[in-house]
Design a protein around this ligand. Structure first.
Ligand code: ADP
Ligand code: MG
Length: 629
């Protein structure tokens, strides 16, 4: 790792937080944490540039928690995030860091959630607010959120907020916060507009940039699996089972806790596995490595620090169960395989939001990492049957079969069945401990509406795809993006490849679009070109506020004063309600069903080509109450 700091204790954090970090299993600070924490503890403003998965949350959360006065039940820190999923996730992280801080209160506030609940929660008093820009702005406007006691303001994923069209809201918020506070801005990239915001609102910020160092790696087969449709553990066991030259593996995870948990789970599934982490003393560590060498263990689950320098030639596989913080760590990790001239395999698990890190690793190592197709149930069965046949063949060559052949004949005679049937019964018995056919399903295709579960710990980030309009945003006639039968975003940057569901199959295997034109309902909204709105703003707001995956959003017609958007029929009331309250570029969108033309009649739409005037003639439609389906 690029980090030269090996311990959180060197960063100036309090004993209580250090205890918490050890309890939740953080062993060493990630590079961005090692650099940012001292700066923020010193009270400086700062800009942090590092991509997803580098540990930015703790980088800003730990210092800001040190500054919270628990006795003051007022917001002392505000964290702005681009999506509600992130708001929830960041709030959860803070809650976990507050394990030894009784009375600490963090409150996520985001669009789509009932105001009544939020108002109650706000009134109860929270020390930290984590929110999406639109909703935070709303509460500031309504004076239901008071920032007089604000000490720290964090803009998390600033470039993403820009991409989603929230930058005006963010600036508005920055203008409406008291002057005396620390500001930290985190972003994976630094587009001009973000740089401008930083210049305007940050005071002599320190700048931290985590660069990806280039490195060469040995000739190791490198593959990745995009986490989708299945738990990592199930995927891991499926993969290990069909890997041809499997001998032994080192599996890398992020926390000490995870090493132990995963070792337990793998043991329960019949693998000879053990954890290797910084809690083990030198003697215990050496013992684990000896066991791996001798074959008493086949799998070691390790943290980066604990696995440094391991040299066990029989390690045929390295699995990056949790993606590393940086390319250097990746190179160290995969260097544990392919040793002593043997073949090595490196498997990387990549969550949708981590695709960027995957690309960075590829660039830094100057080697492509190819996608791995997860073995299907049938693949596993075939492999197990083949192994079984091999074992039977071995036994057929063994001595002393006569005694057993005699028993088989007796059974066949007594039961009046063929020897084949007896063999089938014996085969069935033989596989009882490890059935030839595995239970469970192969990953299913995603559904158009996200389950509205706030307790869902799996982040769903698909709504954070960049929304690049395919046409110029000009011209008299309304523009339609025909999104009926092909993926919406042709020009997908790395960041864009994050599907909404973790369980969505990778792009190459994407099922055909499930929503034919007939199942779409067209809505009208009160924002248009005149308000500076672009197609991506509409997609962003709808995806984010109503939890509708962007690829299920149909054609969008952009007019001067209003726009139309097609959404799948059967929208849940919760999503519909969320949309009724949604704002785009600060304007209430007033979404309601548009009855001007049936959805899908492209030609009819052009009638509105003259702009908003012809539509005005149909005002009556505007008055129609929104149908909640
Ligand atoms: P980012 O905001 O940069 O995308 P996160 O803050 O969400 O990254 O962190 C990614 C994951 O890494 C989280 O699961 C977090 O708990 C874990 N993590 C962060 N810092 C550490 C650390 N020092 N040790 C172990 N795990 C960590
Ligand atoms: Mg983050």
């Amino acid at each position: 790792m690029t980090s030269t700091v090996d311990s959180f204790a060197d960063l100036g954090l309090s004993e209580s937080l250090l205890k918490t970090l050890s309890e939740i299993g953080y062993e060493t600070p990630s590079p961005i944490q090692a650099q940012c924490i001292p700066i923020l503890l010193d009270g400086h403003d700062m800009i942090g540039m590092a991509q997803t998965g580098t540990g930015k949350t703790a980088a800003f959360a730990l210092p800001l928690m040190e500054s919270i006065d628990i006795k003051v039940a007022k917001p002392q820190a505000l964290i702005l995030t681009p999506t509600r999923e992130l708001a929830i996730q960041v709030a959860e992280a803070l809650q976990s860091y507050a394990k030894n801080l009784p009375g600490f209160h963090v409150l996520p506030i985001y669009g789509g959630q009932s105001y009544t609940i939020q108002l109650k929660q706000l009134a109860r008093g929270a020390h930290v607010i984590v929110g999406t820009p639109g909703r935070v702005m709303d509460h500031l406007e309504r004076k239901t959120l008071n920032l007089d006691n604000l000490k720290t303001l964090v803009l998390d994923e600033a470039d993403e907020m820009l991409r989603m069209g929230f930058i005006d809201d963010v600036e508005w918020i920055l203008e409406h916060t008291p002057e005396q506070h620390q500001t930290a801005l985190f972003s994976a990239t630094m587009p001009e507009q973000i740089r401008r915001v930083a210049q305007k609102y940050l005071v002599e910020p320190k700048e931290i940039k985590i660069k990806a160092a280039t490195a060469t790696v040995a000739a190791i087969r490198q593959v990745y699996w995009q986490v989708s449709g299945m738990h990592k553990l199930d995927a891991l066991t499926r993969i290990l089972e069909v890997e041809d030259d499997f001998d032994a593996a080192i599996i890398f995870v992020r926390t000490k806790t995870a090493t132990v948990e995963l070792a337990d789970k793998l043991n329960a599934r019949g693998y000879a596995a053990a954890a290797l982490n910084g809690d083990l003393n030198q003697q215990m560590r050496e013992r684990v490595i000896e066991q791996l060498k001798s074959g008493a263990l086949d799998i070691v689950i390790a943290t980066d620090v604990a696995a440094r320098g391991i040299d066990v030639p029989r390690v045929s596989h390295v699995v990056n169960y949790d993606i590393p913080y940086d390319t250097e760590a990746y190179v160290h990790r995969i260097g544990r395989t392919g040793r002593a001239g043997r073949n090595g395999n490196a498997i990387l698990f990549v969550a949708p939001r981590e695709i960027r890190m995957l690309r960075t690793i590829e660039r830094a190592t100057r080697q492509p990492i190819s996608p791995l197709t997860l073995p299907s149930r049938a693949d596993i069965t075939n492999k197990r049957v083949a192994d079984f046949k091999g074992k039977v063949a071995e036994v057929l060559n063994a001595e002393g079969l006569d005694f057993f052949a005699n028993i088989v004949s007796q059974i066949a005679e007594e039961q009046n069945v063929s020897a084949e049937e007896v063999a089938a019964a014996l085969a069935m018995m033989a596989q009882e401990a490890k059935p030839l056919q595995i239970a469970g399903e192969d990953p299913a295709p995603p559904r158009p509406f996200r389950e509205q579960r706030n307790d869902d710990r799996r982040p769903a980030f698909g709504d954070r795809e960049p929304r690049k309009p395919r046409f110029e945003d000009r011209g008299e006639r309304p523009r339609f993006e025909d999104r009926g039968d092909r993926p919406r975003f042709e020009d997908r940057g790395e960041r864009s490849e994050r599907p909404r569901f973790e369980d969505r199959p990778p792009r190459t295997e994407r099922p055909p679009r499930p929503a034919p034109a007939g199942d779409m309902v067209r809505y009208r909204i009160d924002v248009g070109r005149e308000h500076g709105v672009e197609v991506r703003d509409i997609v962003g707001a709808i995806a984010n506020e109503a939890g509708i995956e962007s690829r299920f959003i149909g054609r969008i017609g952009l007019y001067e004063e209003s726009s139309t958007v097609e959404l799948p029929a059967g929208m849940p009331a919760e999503a519909a309600n969320a949309l009724k309250r949604t704002r785009i570029r600060g304007m209430p969108i007033n979404l309601r069903q548009d009855e001007g033309r049936p959805a899908g009649s492209f030609g009819g739409e052009r009638k509105f080509g003259g702009g908003e005037r012809s539509f005005d003639g149909e005002r009556k439609f505007k008055k129609k109450p929104f149908n909640e389906c």
